[in-house]
Ligand binder design. Structure first.
Ligand SMILES: [Zn+2]
Length: 293
């Protein structure tokens, strides 16, 4: 049997094809949100983007140097020991489909864990952005990347996902993250059709709402299937009624790279405005699973 490629060989190949693809997706989404914005901005782009880039840079470097090699390395351990799916003789297309579904369910369930108290320390850095656009899709604390290694690397390995499928899914994950964080106002008919299957900008906008009940919905990354199964799907909130952010962090002066990097160490704040009131929405018209404008 031929020796399997090393982690660095697999990642160099991944860099070669995924970098141009993801750059193209980023440019397309950026053009979309500039030409056809979905929600009104509350802060100028020039104020938020340098901060978001300042957080994204260490996070992306951390992902490439730690999370990706760890995930690939763990799937190689699984291949050597023939864990999980390696022991079933599945036809090739069924095997790939099973792997992709497992990977996307890992993303959904990991995102739910990020909203639990300990991991929220990191994930709130992403959520307290006062607007949501393409740059929010890369604004994660580097600690969140490190913290995700045991779960996002361990579970796929135990299930027997192959390194090639893992890296292909990772590119889809990144492309979808850029897309659904964008402020791109797609025609409602197009987005309604897409939201039957995948997470869209309007759907994910609701996840970034200051209304707690709304933040506790739409955890999916690629497919909306998992939110449907767990009854965490909520599509009936009109975008013009959304306020993006976390009510305890309304102050743009707190939005500095240094402050945000230190935020995981800061005490927990309750889900309320500084005056103690909690944002609510009076009316919720329409079926929860019908995407509102
Ligand atoms: Zn979240």
């Amino acid at each position: 049997m031929a020796a399997s490629p090393s982690i660095s060989t697999l990642l160099r190949r991944f860099d070669r094809w995924a970098t141009p693809v993801l750059l193209a997706v980023g440019v397309a989404v950026f053009v979309g949100e500039v030409m056809r914005p979905l929600r009104r901005r509350t802060r100028p782009r020039a104020e938020r983007w340098p901060v978001n880039v300042g957080l994204a840079a260490p996070s992306l470097v951390g992902m490439r140097l730690t999370l990706l090699p760890a995930m690939v390395g763990l799937t190689q351990v699984a291949a050597r020991h023939r864990w999980g799916l390696y022991r079933l003789n599945l036809p090739a297309p069924v095997r790939v489909l099973a792997e992709l579904l497992v990977l996307d369910y890992v993303s959904y369930s990991w995102h739910r864990l990020l909203h639990a108290p300990f991991l929220w320390r990191f994930h709130r850095v992403h959520h307290i952005d006062l607007d949501m656009d393409l740059s929010t899709g890369w604004r994660f604390h580097a600690g969140e990347m490190l913290a995700s290694i045991p779960y996002r690397g361990g579970v796929p390995a135990l299930v027997g996902v192959r390194p090639s499928t893992l890296l292909a899914y990772e590119a889809v994950f990144e492309a979808c993250t850029a897309f659904h964080h964008s402020n791109w106002g797609l025609p409602i008919a197009v987005e309604r059709a897409l939201a039957r299957i995948m997470v869209t900008p309007r759907a994910h906008g609701i996840h970034h709402s200051v209304v707690h009940r709304e933040t506790q919905s739409n955890f999916g990354v690629v497919l909306t299937l998992w939110d449907r199964l767990h009854q965490t799907l909520r599509l009936n909130v009109p975008q013009q009624e959304l306020t993006i952010g976390v009510p305890a962090y309304p102050d743009p002066a707190e939005e500095t790279v240094m402050h945000l990097l230190e935020l995981p160490l800061a005490p927990h704040r309750p889900w309320a405005r500084p005056d103690g009131s909690e944002p609510e929405r009076a009316s919720q018209p329409g079926a929860v699973s019908q995407l509102a404008e």
